[in-house]
Design a binder for this molecule. Structure first.
Ligand code: SAM
Length: 243
């Protein structure tokens, strides 16, 4: 692919990931619906619906992109709550701000162009930190997890929604075919961008599976770490607490 993701140095990778998201920003929602047949909406709703959060809480949604999670979180923290939508990519943030404004969500929400590996917030700033379909794009995942813990208040929860490792053997070949054949073709057809979607499929394959990510969260200092598979492990929700 012209992005040439294999064996590139770290700084280079970060730039290339940036290009992918700038390139898909406009078609992002449509592609999510096509690729997951709309199921990503169910995953996101379940993810936010089961977070430890209450009215008036301060929440950070990292890699918040087009604002799906922030919109759902807004329902949970209410008018007295506060949400910070952080993303490394200015284009994605712009799309996110537009989408949220369209849905009438303006008050109590703030946008921060930031790298999850090095957050521009003081320690103990948030009751909940979420990252949905974002961690696998982060170069230094351990640093990002440590930062998520640092900015949490004691008692606060960190939650990761991410593609994971499919648990049912019979489903694996079907899933692989979808990822490496159908997905890049959809990308070509609807976004004229097969390479970006090829990259996304590869990044899903390279992301640490359930137990490995759980261990990484423990290493980052989180307590009571655990995960829950959704849709046979196509995605998993990881949870950890700052104690
Ligand atoms: N959370 C949204 C959702 O679920 O629809 C967006 C997910 S999108 C697949 C991944 C996002 O991660 C992109 O918006 C990208 O810009 C962002 N991203 C990638 N690397 C990042 C980093 N190091 N720090 C913060 N955001 C990052």
């Amino acid at each position: 692919t012209h992005f040439g993701f294999r064996d590139v140095p770290v700084a280079e990778k970060q730039k290339l990931v940036g290009e992918v998201f700038s390139s898909v920003a406009g078609n992002y929602d449509l592609m999510n619906d096509l690729m997951s047949l709309g199921v990503h909406r169910v995953w996101k709703r379940y993810f936010v619906g089961t977070c430890q959060v209450k009215r008036g809480d301060r929440v950070l949604d990292l890699a918040g992109g087009t604002g799906d999670i922030a919109a759902l979180l807004h329902e949970r923290v209410g008018a007295t709550g506060h949400i910070v939508l952080g993303d490394i990519n200015g284009e994605m943030l712009k799309v996110g701000r537009d989408r949220l404004t369209d849905r009438g969500i303006v008050a109590g929400i703030e946008f921060a162009e930031c790298n999850a590996e090095k957050l521009p917030f003081p320690d103990a700033s948030f009751d909940l930190v979420t990252i949905a379909f974002g961690l696998r794009n982060v170069t230094d995942k351990d640093a990002a997890l440590r930062e998520m813990r640092r900015v949490l208040k004691v008692g606060g929860q960190a939650r990761v929604l991410e593609f994971s490792s499919v648990t049912a053997d019979w489903f694996k070949p079907i899933y692989d075919f979808h990822s490496f054949n159908i997905l890049p073709k959809l990308g070509k057809l609807f976004a004229n961008d097969a390479d970006s979607y090829q990259y996304l499929a590869e990044s899903i394959r390279k992301h640490p599976p359930q137990d490995e990510l759980k261990t990484m969260m423990e290493a980052a200092g989180f307590a009571r770490c655990g995960y829950k598979n959704l849709s046979a492990g196509i995605v998993a929700i990881h949870t950890g607490y700052k104690v």
